[in-house]
Design a protein around this ligand. Structure first.
Ligand SMILES: Cc1cc2nc3c(=O)[nH]c(=O)nc-3n(C[C@H](O)[C@H](O)[C@H](O)COP(=O)(O)OP(=O)(O)OC[C@H]3O[C@@H](n4cnc5c(N)ncnc54)[C@H](O)[C@@H]3O)c2cc1C
Length: 471
């Protein structure tokens, strides 16, 4: 190991690997520390879906799109509460970063995809132009490609080593300390992921997650301990993205990501405390958690016996036996009529009866005049109409945003991925990206692929600028 590196990267997930590869491509000597025994972090656990505009994949499918349209959608969805310069840079660089990944060996076939498991182009969120690029072999595949590129470009990777702190010298960040050893560097990239697994940091920077109480479960990688916040405190870094993160709506009995937990039945209706339907049950999580939160009380997923009975086997939680067991235990409500179910749920019976009647008049016939769910189902490639809700017994399972995927608060960065201090001035020698580098991920997740695109795009940007010593 050389004892003086051009660039040290902290963290070997998507952002760190992209930073390391792009810095090495520019001729920098690069050392990457990863705290766990293998590379990948949350990126490796993800579908690898990547939101980008103006790509070759879109062009091959005849879709006209641009970074400007992406920018407009991104800013509007986030009510212009993000830094336009940073978002402009992100939107402009996301497409070229996807092309860079394709050049390295990531495969995104030019075909229409219905979901995050099917390689191709899918609807990522609530965008009018589809931007969700799903790679072959998902996040795991992306990490493998980047790890190979890092090896072939001479990046030195040290596993099982958690960086403890930053070193500063003459007003710049000049290296790190790991395993008690000082490692000098021309620039440091913090890419240590988020803080989903640190309850104290959640209380400080994303307290909304703790509202789920005992129902909260975390799917982010084990290394998501919030070390970026501690590094930032050391050098007076600004914090952006405070109070934001991604919580997905789940039934209270889910404890795993839906690939393992399974999916609720298609024939279900979500109702609020007034017994009214209030959303498209398949709405993107770009907006679904916000809609559920806005109901201001308990929300229920209502379905019938046929829906329970026909749940596919093999999933850990959404299967016929688990639903029966939950009902037996009294945690999922079960009743022989809709009126009785309403009584148990504490919602007006006449409203719930009317809701189910109206749902039955529309959804099983392929049309949803109220919430346009037929459009979402079509975009997912879901051909069959939902069955009517009519076979007793009826069930109601509590639904809430409780699956913590990622956190958005981190070190405030600019469009070059340079970290700013509390006054808004750049901290020389310090870059950050991914969940650690904040400002791109906003209050509203723009859809599947937002976080992976952020990690890889800003990671690549950080690596380029760290190598070229722009600070
Ligand atoms: C199950 C799941 C599915 C998801 N699906 C998608 C999706 O399809 N599309 C999407 O856009 N987003 C998705 N996300 C979110 C997305 O994957 C992450 O936000 C993104 O990949 C984070 O990348 P990152 O590089 O910032 O962090 P990570 O990939 O978590 O990498 C950070 C790395 O830093 C290491 N580390 C931490 N502290 C230190 C330290 N002190 N020293 C050295 N190393 C350290 C960690 O061990 C980790 O390996 C998903 C997340 C999960 C958990």
């Amino acid at each position: 190991m050389s004892d003086d590196w051009d660039v040290v990267v902290i963290g070997g997930g998507g952002a760190g690997l992209a930073a390391a590869v792009s810095a090495a491509e520019r001729g920098a000597s690069v050392l990457l520390f990863e705290s766990e025994t293998e590379l990948g972090g949350s990126t490796q656990l993800s579908a690898g879906m990547f939101t980008a505009a103006g790509t070759s994949v879109q062009a091959e499918l005849g879709i006209s799109d641009s970074a400007e349209k992406f920018f407009q959608h991104y800013m509007d969805l986030n009510q212009w509460q993000l830094n336009p310069g940073l978002i402009g840079a992100f939107c402009a660089n996301a497409g070229p970063t996807l092309e860079w990944l394709i050049g390295l060996g990531v495969e995104v076939p030019a075909r229409v995809s219905g979901n995050a498991h099917m390689p191709g182009l899918c609807q990522a969120g609530v965008e009018d132009v589809w931007r969700g690029h799903v790679p072959k072999d998902q996040g795991y595949g992306v990490v493998q490609v980047l790890a190979k590129a890092a090896r072939s470009r001479g990046v030195e990777v040290v596993l099982n080593t958690r960086v403890e702190r930053l070193i500063t010298k003459d007003g710049r960040v000049a290296g790190v300390v790991a395993d008690g050893i000082e490692v000098p560097a021309g620039a440091v990239v913090v890419a240590s992921g988020g803080f989903a697994r640190d309850e104290d940091l959640l209380a400080r920077y994303y307290p909304a997650a703790l509202r789920a109480g005992a129902d909260l479960f975390v799917v982010a990688a084990d290394g998501s301990r919030g070390d970026h916040i501690r590094f930032g405190e050391q050098v007076g870094a600004g914090v952006a993205g405070q109070g934001w993160g991604l919580l997905l709506p789940t039934a209270y009995f889910q404890r795993l990501h839906h690939w393992q937990s399974g999916f609720p039945p298609k024939s279900r209706v979500y109702v609020n405390g007034q017994g009214r339907r209030f959303m498209d049950e398949d709405a993107s999580y770009a907006v679904s958690s916000g809609i559920i939160d806005a109901q201001g009380g308990t929300v229920w997923a209502v379905f019938d016996e046929r829906a329970r009975r026909t749940l596919p086997p093999g999933y850990a939680h959404w299967n016929a036996d688990v639903v029966s067991a939950e009902a037996q235990a009294g945690r999922t409500l079960r009743a022989n009529s809709i009126e009785e179910l309403a009584g148990k749920a504490g919602v007006p019976a006449d409203a719930l009866v009317a809701t189910i009647r109206r749902w039955n008049e529309q959804l099983p016939h392929g049309h949803d005049a109220d919430f346009l769910r037929h459009r979402t189902l079509a975009n997912k490639g879901s051909a069959d109409n939902p069955d009517p809700i009519g076979e007793a017994p009826f069930y109601a399972a509590r639904l809430l945003p409780a699956e913590l995927v990622c956190t958005h608060a981190g070190l405030e960065i600019d469009g070059r991925a340079a970290v700013r201090d509390g006054r808004g001035e750049v901290i020389p020698g310090l870059f950050a990206a991914g969940e650690a580098g904040a400002g791109v991920l906003g209050q509203r997740y723009v859809g599947g692929g937002n976080a992976v695109a952020n990690a890889l795009t800003m990671g690549r940007t950080a690596g380029q600028n760290a190598a070229e010593r722009v600070l």
